[in-house]
Design a binder for this molecule. Structure first.
Ligand code: 1GP
Length: 241
């Protein structure tokens, strides 16, 4: 793996802010305006993906993004149909918080043959859905229950199991638009247990919450909804990074 790989960048970039673009929620006419905001922002990476996206919509969005920005684009796939060779990398997710074989291994098997010949950098990622106050799209689509905040030890052990299985990242996910983000105490517990980078996302709507997640130990924080609702959300963050 070259030293400038996306994974090395993710690992080396402490406190990296990521903007998540859900192809389902973006209007084609808005893209250049959105990207100019992203280019001016402190975002280090763009994740592209969603829970329910129709065929080829993701590919079209990524190709358009590539023509407008040099920020690395990482696929954050909700399904096999979201793989695009135009991206720089892809999180190869396994939803290890759940017990639905489709999202633990079956989707990965479906993608394997295509990925074997792909130039995409594939980053195996332990994906953990955490209870966040109401049902989220990940819970609905994956038909798995989020992990309970009453059993932090189990969440920590699950993240650790992901690392021991060889996964390169742990992603603590409250779910897009979550009522409550992943608690800071949980971020700290997981961070202290693992040696691989920790991604946190879901329900983060203010610079205070963002900074609190970083201070608790998140290496990467993902923001989607707050930017969708206000494309100026990142303007005030410049001085903090
Ligand atoms: C969802 O973690 C991401 O997968 C981001 O969530 O849309 O709530 O920022 P938000």
């Amino acid at each position: 793996m070259p030293c400038h790989s996306i994974y090395e960048q993710l690992r080396g970039n402490k406190k990296a802010l990521v903007i998540l673009l859900d192809p389902d929620k973006i209007e084609v006419g808005q893209i250049s305006n959105l990207v100019s905001k992203i280019n001016e922002s402190v975002a280090k990476f763009i994740f592209v993906g969603g829970s329910t996206v129709e065929n080829s919509v993701t590919q079209q969005l990524i190709e358009r993004l590539k023509s407008l920005t040099t920020i690395p684009i990482i696929i954050f796939p909700g399904d096999v149909n979201q793989i695009s060779e135009a991206a720089d990398a892809m999180l190869f997710l396994s939803l290890i918080s759940g017990r639905n074989p489709e999202y633990l291994i079956s989707k990965q098997v479906k993608a394997a043959n295509k990925l074997k010949t792909s130039k995409l950098e594939i980053i195996p990622t332990a994906y953990l859905l955490i209870e966040s106050g109401k049902q989220t799209a990940v819970e609905r689509v994956s038909e798995t229950k989020p992990m309970s905040l009453n059993d932090v030890d189990k969440i920590v052990d699950t993240a650790l199991a992901g690392q021991l299985l060889g996964m390169k990242l742990v992603y603590l996910e409250a779910g897009s638009g979550a009522l409550n983000p992943v608690p800071n105490t949980l971020i700290s517990r997981v961070k202290n247990a693992i040696d691989i980078p920790l991604i946190v996302g879901g329900g983060i709507r203010s610079s205070e919450q963002l900074n609190a997640s970083f201070n608790a130990g998140a290496d990467v924080v993902v923001i989607g909804t707050a930017f969708e609702n206000d494309i100026n959300f990142f303007n005030a963050l410049k001085s903090n990074f």
